[in-house]
Design a protein around this ligand. Structure first.
Ligand code: TXA
Ligand code: MG
Length: 318
């Protein structure tokens, strides 16, 4: 099926109250008409997502932000003007007519304009904003290919639009404008440095300290295989009798005995590493290993989002 035809069909499904998986530049989303509470409820059912975890609403024109929120503070306006379309989500006070199920009853709403032609065409042709979380079962890694969605939610969704692999590979950066100072709720595809270059200092929320509001529950990105982030080469011997995989940031400098090694970026490029992250973890997770050792990356630029996802994949409880 040509993609224009597939988009037309997908938009028809959205207008009829169905749910459609679609590509964005960050990860695949599972979308429904944001103004149709029953359709949005199907997303929660398909994902087995708890109803207290609010969704992001996707728009195709920056001007549509004004229809979803009470007011747009000047800093939010400045940031969206510079960074939309792109992997930035802003949290603002919501307009009354947004169904509660979208925002989990919060007075605020999260909105973003994705930088992906298929996503934008889908929203435009659906003629409504699209509420969409990542298209994965709750608690599992976000999908970065249509294949990932098919494997895990294939029989739950009305249609999957295939736009190839996502170029950014980690979810959007979420910034809240509910207080005087902007606050980073989730590091993501746009770096904190880029945001601070536009806005000045931004407050940072520890997502762990505030797990339920921004939906960053522990093990939100968890694969089945335990991932160990902090380990010491001196102790590698203790893993000798285990089937161990290695998630390397760059080409490992020396040869270590692993069942399988995934290199996120040979040259140590954050963008490339982020784009490969979830696929690499999925490949390791499919090998029935006893554990995965992950290499820490420097926490600057996109490294912050990569480390955030790795930490969530490793945390056992909290
Ligand atoms: O890149 C992305 O953001 C992807 C693509 C599909 O756009 N979407 C995504 O959605 O990652 P999801 O549902 O997996 O994560 C949305 C996050 C959750 O952590 C949720 O709690 C937070 O956005 N969120 C939504 N509404 C919020 C609100 N009113 N206040 C604070 N956080 C909110
Ligand atoms: Mg998600």
């Amino acid at each position: 099926m040509r993609s224009a035809e597939a988009i037309r069909q997908a938009a028809e499904i959205i207008r009829q109250g169905g749910i459609v998986a679609f590509p964005t530049e960050t990860v695949y989303g599972l979308g429904a008409d944001a103004y149709n509470p029953l359709a949005v409820a199907r997303i929660f059912e398909a994902k087995r997502r708890p109803y207290f975890d609010p969704l992001i609403v996707h728009i195709a024109y920056p001007a549509h932000l004004g229809k979803l929120v009470k007011e747009i503070p000047s800093k939010a306006k400045k940031l969206t003007e510079k960074l939309w379309p792109g992997p930035l989500t802003v949290v603002l006070l919501k307009e009354e007519n947004i169904p509660d199920i979208v925002t989990a009853g919060l007075p605020s709403i999260a909105v973003r304009m994705p930088d992906h032609s298929m996503a934008l065409s889908l929203i435009k042709e659906s003629k409504c904003p699209i509420a969409a979380p990542s298209a994965n079962p709750f608690g599992y890694l976000s999908p970065t290919t249509a294949e990932h969605v098919r494997e895990q939610l294939g029989d739950q969704v009305d249609l999957i639009l295939n736009g190839g692999p996502c170029t950014v590979g980690v979810e959007s950066t979420i910034v809240s404008f509910l207080e005087n100072k902007p606050r980073l709720l989730r590091p993501g595809g746009i770096s904190l440095e880029e945001i601070e270059a536009i806005l000045g200092k931004v407050e940072i929320s520890s997502t762990r300290a505030n797990p339920s509001a921004p939906g960053m529950l522990p093990r939100h990105y968890a694969p089945r295989t335990p991932i160990v982030l902090h380990w010491d080469e001196k102790h590698l011997d203790s893993y000798k009798n285990k089937r161990t995989g290695f998630l390397a940031f760059q080409e490992p400098a020396h040869f270590l005995k692993f069942q399988h090694i995934e290199v996120l970026s040979k040259k140590g490029d954050f963008r490339e590493a982020a784009a490969n992250l979830f696929s690499a973890i999925r490949r390791l997770d499919a090998l029935d290993l006893d554990l995965i050792l992950a290499e820490a990356v420097p926490e600057t630029g996109l490294g912050r989002a990569i480390m955030d996802r790795l930490r969530h994949a490793t945390s056992k409880e909290e």
